[in-house]
Design a binder for this molecule. Structure first.
Ligand SMILES: CC(C)(COP(=O)(O)OP(=O)(O)OC[C@H]1O[C@@H](n2cnc3c(N)ncnc32)[C@H](O)[C@@H]1OP(=O)(O)O)[C@@H](O)C(=O)NCCC(=O)NCCS
Length: 364
């Protein structure tokens, strides 16, 4: 049984530890709090980082400056705020999330974290702040729900949401979090394949685990930059990201430092050999039954050939080959991304929870 948090709370900065050293006690305490929050909301730990992956992620600051704050009531961690400030593009934006220990008062905890985070954001010229938070899956017309600016999806209008609204954040978008049982996905893939191949004539697929082959790295990097322009983002401010082979290799090295395995499939246009589509899944051996869907994208000029389904099917098979113990895949899609949702539903993904995207503009 937890007791509600009462003011005043202390908020402290958690400094990164050098890559390769043990996570600090603060990092361990933060992950324990996240675990409690995930168990309370989701009933499982499939989406929780380990102290090791969080520590390694915090140490990687080349493309984004990262700051982790912890709120404590006495010795007890009651909240966290993790913010990333992109260094190359979106340089007026900070992105991240705030978590609250179940049973603690979100109004007290979120306000304390926000007051502590604000000065560094202002000093760094960040005028827009975007936060993502989890919610149970709710229907848009149910009582006590909030519908985002996009008009699609909904999240609970609870104490957490009410506090962010009070602080000036706007609910811009809701993403649907869905889960796939891999065995069912593979079975459905076999049934979908014939129709998909009929549309995808003239394309070949290549799959791998780990870093991209040198011959495909430039084409894959070019496709990665389209994720920042082509995915529906509602009114969230996002600058186009410039990707090249150096950036791809940097991301691959950060995944390796966190102990993650990335499984990737590309579709190549047979005539030109160009990368037309790609999809990747991430897996960590610390959670042997779980993988997380990362990017899936078909370049605009290649859409309509079912390449999204083609690369997802091939990548699911590659996942089974390289990480045979994975039973579940999690994915997040904007509610208005009908094209991606249709593909995922055909593969057997089912709604599990919702994710709110909040934005505050005009910070000074
Ligand atoms: C989602 C996506 C991968 C699907 O591409 P795809 O595999 O080419 O789509 P399909 O072949 O299944 O397309 C089915 C139909 O929808 C259309 N379509 C697909 N994506 C579309 C889009 N973004 N906008 C408009 N129409 C689209 C196709 O042209 C096709 O039309 P047709 O039946 O008249 O020929 C692609 O839209 C995309 O890359 N979007 C941007 C990246 C993205 O949102 N990724 C997911 C992030 S969570």
């Amino acid at each position: 049984m937890t007791t509600p948090a009462v003011a005043p709370l202390s908020v402290t900065d958690v400094p990164p530890v050098p890559t390769g050293t043990d996570p600090s006690p603060d990092i361990v305490a933060c992950v324990e709090m996240w675990r409690a929050a995930h168990l309370d909301l989701l009933g499982h730990l499939d989406l929780t980082e380990s102290p090791g992956t969080l520590a390694a992620g915090l140490a990687q600051q080349e493309y984004e400056a990262k700051q982790l704050l912890l709120a404590r009531e006495g010795d007890r961690v009651v909240g966290s705020c993790l913010l990333r400030r992109p260094r190359r593009e979106s340089t007026e934006v900070a992105r991240g999330g705030m978590s609250v220990l179940p049973g603690a008062d979100p109004s007290v905890v979120l306000r304390a974290l926000w007051e502590a985070a604000r000065p560094a954001l202002v000093a760094d010229g960040r005028t827009t702040v975007q936060l993502w938070s989890m919610s149970r899956a709710v229907r848009p017309h149910a009582p006590d729900v909030l519908v985002p600016g996009t008009g699609v999806g909904a999240v609970e209008h609870d104490g957490y949401a009410a506090t962010l609204l009070d602080l000036g954040f706007v609910l811009e978008q809701v993403e649907r979090h869905s889960q796939l049982e891999v065995d069912e996905g593979l079975e459905r893939a076999a049934g979908l394949e014939h129709e998909v191949l009929r549309h995808a004539d003239g394309y070949d697929v290549v799959s791998w685990a780990g870093p991209a082959p040198d011959s495909l790295a430039a084409g894959l990097a070019a496709a990665c930059s389209r994720m920042s322009t082509d995915v529906p983002m509602g009114a969230l401010e996002v600058d186009e990201e410039a990707w090249d082979v150096d950036r791809l290799r940097y991301v691959e090295s950060t995944l390796a430092a966190r102990g993650m395995l990335r499984v990737t499939t590309v579709a190549l246009e047979g005539r030109t050999g160009e990368v037309a589509a790609y999809s990747c899944l991430d897996h960590h051996p610390g959670l042997p039954e779980v993988a997380w869907q990362e990017d899936t994208l078909v370049l605009a000029e290649h859409r309509g050939h079912r390449l999204g389904t083609l690369v997802k099917i091939a990548n699911l098979r590659a996942l089974r080959e390289h990480a045979a113990g994975v039973l579940r895949v999690h994915t997040w899609n904007a509610g208005e991304n009908a094209w991606m949702l249709r593909i995922n539903e055909a593969l057997g993904f089912r709604e599990a929870s919702a994710e709110a995207a909040w934005q505050l503009t005009g910070l000074h």
